[in-house]
Design a protein around this ligand. Structure first.
Ligand code: NAP
Ligand code: GDD
Length: 322
């Protein structure tokens, strides 16, 4: 039985990945960061509760990582823990860097000391590209990294230090450069979660307005369930490799609103208010990924943008009607 450690197991991706790995017969251990409301920590883990080992560890506390690795001795490590909100990284740049950049370095050092044979998946991000776009309109593995947020800068550090440790110490480390991915478990302060939940609340008469920031930004939105399969697939390769995971289809925030509200027989223009609070000091305008390398390994998304949003609408309708 292979053993997998997931940092940030109670995040959106950690919860789907733990389900996927359990189905594959893995023994799974996941790290939790302490939260004053215990219920918040297990919200996304209902289906795996009792089947995975849960331990407290914080990316900023290297000793906690050393203990987890020493105790569990994983074959595969998925480093998903992060302060993952781009807008909030402008409010908390130092904390974000400590978790995302130095936290990853803490983990690398701990791996070197305790389990250098383990394979590491690093959660890199399309936010690292900033506003770099290749001439055909796509971002891919070779596109320059020019981040435009503290979160993006910290992810670039983590990405590069992982490459450095791979080359310097022969560790098996793969960076997955994942574009935006969403689901019914997406935090409701990310734009898809926010738009769908609030549109449903408007439909049910619970509110009458939705404040948003930039409507013209475009994102390549896929489904988290499809993307955790890509994480696992990358670690099954003979040699470590860095790869983009994306759908290749890009839509604007405005289209997200138009589609979601129209599915509820509403006109988004009647409800959306642009509020400066949700604008960013610097914006990443357009993302569209070329995942040819990953597709060559057999990966492909099973959801379209529309089927994913439909699923999210159904979820919130059922939940909020209750
Ligand atoms: P998420 O839902 O925000 O989950 C992040 C996880 O990290 C949570 O379990 C969180 O715990 C934990 N965490 C936060 N700070 C920590 C700390 N100091 N020490 C230990 N754990 C900590 O993010 P996600 O959407 O699942 O994304 C997973 C990873 O992929 C992240 O690294 C993210 O940056 C990256 N990524 C995400 C996307 C995307 O579109 N979703 C795209 C590219 C890359 P709490 O919930 O208790 O805070
Ligand atoms: N969150 C949010 N809230 N975003 C808004 C809003 C709003 O009210 N209004 C407009 N937007 C725009 C943002 O300005 C951005 O252009 C776009 O919606 C997407 O924002 P988010 O959903 O917050 O995601 P993100 O692209 O900034 O970051 C996500 O994707 C990255 C990969 O590219 C996160 O999951 C990151 O962790 C991830 O690395």
């Amino acid at each position: 039985m292979k053993k997998a450690l997931i940092t940030g197991i109670n995040g959106q991706d950690g919860s789907f990945l733990s389900e996927f790995l359990l189905e594959k017969g893995y023994e799974v251990c996941g790290t939790l960061k302490r939260n004053s409301v215990a219920e918040n920590q297990s919200d996304r883990l209902d289906s795996v509760y009792g089947k995975v080992k849960l331990v407290y560890a914080d990316m900023t506390d290297m000793s906690s990582l050393l203990f987890v690795l020493k105790d569990f001795q994983p074959d595969e490590i998925y480093n998903l823990a992060a302060q993952s909100h781009v807008r909030i990284s402008f409010d908390q740049p130092i904390y974000t860097s400590q978790v995302v950049a130095i936290g990853t370095l803490n983990l690398l050092q701990a791996i070197r000391i305790v389990c250098p044979e383990a394979k590491l998946y690093q959660a890199s991000s399309s936010e690292m590209f900033g506003n770099s776009i290749d001439s055909d309109g796509f971002q891919r593995e070779s596109t320059p990294l020019t981040p435009v947020s503290p979160y993006g800068c910290a992810k670039v550090f983590a990405h590069n230090i992982c490459k450095n440790y791979r080359e310097s110490y022969g560790l098996y480390i793969s960076n997955g450069i994942l574009f935006n991915h969403e689901s019914t478990r997406r935090g409701s302060n990310f734009v898809t979660g926010k738009v769908v939940k609030e549109a449903v609340r408007i439909k049910l008469g619970l509110t009458d307005q939705l404040e948003l920031g930039n409507l013209e930004a475009t994102r390549d939105w896929g489904h988290a369930k499809d993307y955790v399969k890509a994480m696992w697939l990358m670690l099954q390769q003979e040699e470590p490799i860095d790869m983009v995971c994306a759908t290749g289809v890009s839509n604007s925030v405005r289209y997200l609103c138009e589609y979601t509200f129209s599915k509820l027989d509403l006109d988004y223009k009647d409800y959306i208010v642009v509020d400066e609070r949700y604008l960013r000091p610097e914006e990443l305008n357009n993302l569209k990924g070329d995942a040819s390398k990953l597709r060559a390994l057999g990966w492909e998304p099973s959801y379209t943008f529309e089927t994913m949003i439909d699923e999210m609408i159904e979820f919130w309708l059922t939940k909020l009607k209750k």
